[in-house]
Design a protein around this ligand. Structure first.
Ligand code: AR6
Length: 171
């Protein structure tokens, strides 16, 4: 049994959820894509929390495949869970790291008691992971890891039609 997995086409920063996952980088200090959008719309409290986490626990940066939580600032959510996806490689299989992002984000969400979690298509933008493959890994991992006792909904929020179609096919 797995928690319900749903798909929405749209902007992840406009979602209402207990936790919203950010496709961050290991610096935790912001960037483009989802990361830029979350910090812009969520406001400065998110970055302040990120800086604190960096100073206290992740001086060398958050490793790829791991996840940490901060406030969601002004977003319509309680928490932002920042995870670091792997950069796509044509020569090295980094699928396990992409799976780990999803598993670790759900583990952190469960610790926080977050029952609805929204994910973007991690690593499919700046990090260039092919959509169909990323969708397959994301959906399979969430199906395996989302305990229905702990989660009411795991939602993938896809910005474009191509991303939506890839996740729909994977689901
Ligand atoms: N809502 C939903 N999906 C979005 C949004 C949005 N507002 N904006 C972009 N996407 P990316 P990555 C889609 O680049 O590949 C940052 O600079 C986008 O079309 O955000 O994991 C970080 O700081 C794509 O399908 O994340 C890192 O340095 C997907 O979200 C780096 O990018 C992920 O694209 C992480 O790269």
């Amino acid at each position: 049994m797995t928690a319900p997995v749903t798909l929405v086409q749209g902007d992840i920063t406009a979602q209402r959820a207990d936790a919203i996952v950010n496709a961050a980088n290991s610096s935790l200090l912001g960037g483009g894509g989802v990361d830029g959008a979350i910090h812009r719309r969520g406001g400065p409290d998110i970055l302040a929390d990120c800086r604190r986490l960096r100073a206290q626990h992740h001086g060398k940066g958050l490793p790829t495949g791991r996840a940490v939580a901060t406030t969601a600032g002004r977003l319509d959510a309680h928490h932002v869970i920042h995870t670091v996806g792997p950069v796509w490689s044509a020569t090295e299989d980094r699928s396990e790291l992409l799976a780990s992002c999803h598993r670790e984000s759900l583990r952190v969400a469960a610790e926080l008691g977050a029952r609805t979690v929204a994910f973007p298509a991690i690593s499919t933008g700046v990090y260039r992971w092919p959509l169909e493959d990323a969708a397959r890994i994301a959906v399979a991992t969430v199906r395996e890891a989302a305990d229905p006792e702990r989660f009411d909904e795991v939602r993938f929020v896809l910005l474009g039609q191509d991303a939506y179609a890839a996740f729909e096919a994977a689901l």
